[in-house]
Design a protein around this ligand. Structure first.
Ligand code: SF4
Length: 423
């Protein structure tokens, strides 16, 4: 552990200790004088990274602000950058440091659970992603969009929707079978390959791969009509139309297809807006927006932390992650994500072409989000100024406290206070 000795210049204490810091990959923890962890970071070369903090006197505010608060640093050496990334994630979860970014808990977003552990899987919406051997997709940015897609799946793919208890206790199929919305594996001896094909179709729809799906429904419809199974052909036509309605709502952004997550950032001082566009099968199927205030660390560190935090837990990892700027440890990040996905993942900073266009789209969305947020805060300032004017105050009210007291004939007195800070 390296400790501050009270020098005036922030970072001076750290500079003295640099020779004893290893030139190896690892993780560093800045602590305040009471030992509280303020910030956890990772580096390919710990000494080089800490040197940049020690040089806080060069006027870079983002480093200086942390050095003014930190009085100790601990380093933990790892075998490689990928291990450093995993350790950094774990330490951030453990300490929840004030100056590391935290993303909104994904429990608030809807995901899809496919009960692949069951012999006859079903598909349902959930807010809880757990390691239970089933398959999870998402989280999805729009709950309404997801519910619409699940409703279409119910109409198009005859999969079971009943609970395990109902499934086990059926002696004859339910209404779902009568209206052609379930193959009724509860009692009918159906071909598992046929059920699997229906499930694969539903997954394609969830992944936004509607082009492939429409094509296979079309082929099945043509075959049914050639074989004069006109009722089946009509049903397939209706299913195709339902899928096409979902497809219309998904903009094609990448004609080469492919699954990509595209990161965009926009920053003004300590206020940062981030956007992650999710592209599945070449279609833009969702986006996630994140907002951070009082974030003063370099943009490269922010981006690197954002990507690592974004893929924590059970989130789907695509083939490509597109970034607006290079980050240290991109190869380690690709390695880490590849480990989660089970196959190679590319982390790219595209310079031109379709991928670059996607990154620019993500950055533009982030810029727009930031603009709206700043407009919001200037609107708030105008409202506060107006309140100050109407109440004849000498200055704009930064904090407003409202009190009320009630009682029943002098008994059971209850008081409450509501406070507004900066509007
Ligand atoms: S038909 Fe059988 S398997 Fe299908 S939903 Fe009804 S009870 Fe479940």
């Amino acid at each position: 552990m390296v400790e501050a000795r009270g020098e005036e210049r922030p970072g001076g204490w750290l500079e003295e200790r640099l020779p004893s810091v290893p030139r190896k990959p690892g993780v560093y923890l800045f602590r305040d004088s009471r030992g509280k962890v303020l910030y956890v970071g990772k580096a390919k070369d710990l000494r080089a990274r800490l040197r940049s903090y020690a040089a806080a006197g060069d006027g870079r505010y983002h480093v200086r602000f942390l050095m003014e608060r930190a009085s100790k640093v601990e380093t933990l050496v790892t075998n490689n950058e990928t291990e450093a990334l995993i350790l950094e994630n774990n330490l951030i979860k453990q300490y929840r440091p004030r100056y590391n970014i935290r993303l909104k808990d994904d429990k608030t977003y809807l995901s899809v659970k496919v009960t692949t552990k069951d012999e006859w899987p079903r598909i349902l919406a959930t807010r809880h992603i757990v390691r239970d051997g089933n398959t999870y997709l998402g989280p999805f940015a729009s709950a309404t969009g997801l519910r619409e897609t699940l409703e279409t799946i119910r109409k198009v793919f005859p999969l079971r929707t009943c609970s395990d208890a109902v499934f086990r206790n059926r002696s004859r199929p339910c209404l779902e079978y009568q209206i052609h919305r379930c193959l009724a594996p509860c009692v009918i001896d159906i071909d598992p390959a046929e059920y699997r094909a229906q499930l694969d179709g539903a997954l394609k729809l969830l992944e936004g791969k509607t082009g492939e799906l429409i094509e296979s429904l079309k082929q099945a419809m043509l075959q049914a009509s050639e074989e004069e199974r006109f009722e089946d052909a009509a049903r397939l036509r209706d299913r195709m139309a339902a899928v096409a309605r979902i497809a219309e709502k998904q903009a094609v952004v990448s004609h080469g297809g492919g699954d990509r997550d595209v990161f965009g950032l926009c920053r003004e001082g300590g206020i940062v807006e981030a956007q992650v566009l999710t592209v599945r099968g070449g279609k833009l199927v969702g986006h996630h927006g994140y907002h951070f205030e009082d974030y003063e660390l370099p943009e490269e560190e922010l981006l690197s932390s954002l990507v690592a935090r974004f893929y924590e837990g059970e989130r789907f990892v695509p083939d490509e992650v597109l970034l607006p700027r290079p980050i240290e440890g991109a190869a380690a990040l690709a390695d880490y994500l590849g480990g989660k996905r089970g196959r190679r993942v590319a982390v790219l900073v595209p310079k031109r072409g379709e991928r670059r266009r996607l990154v620019e789209m993500a950055v533009e969305n982030a810029r727009q989000g930031l603009r709206e947020r700043l407009d919001d805060s200037s609107q708030r300032e105008r409202t506060l100024a107006e309140i100050g004017r109407r109440l004849g105050l000498a200055s704009v009210p930064k904090r407003i406290e409202c009190f009320d007291i009630s009682h029943a004939g002098g008994e059971a007195v209850v008081a409450s206070m509501v406070a507004f800070d900066e509007g």
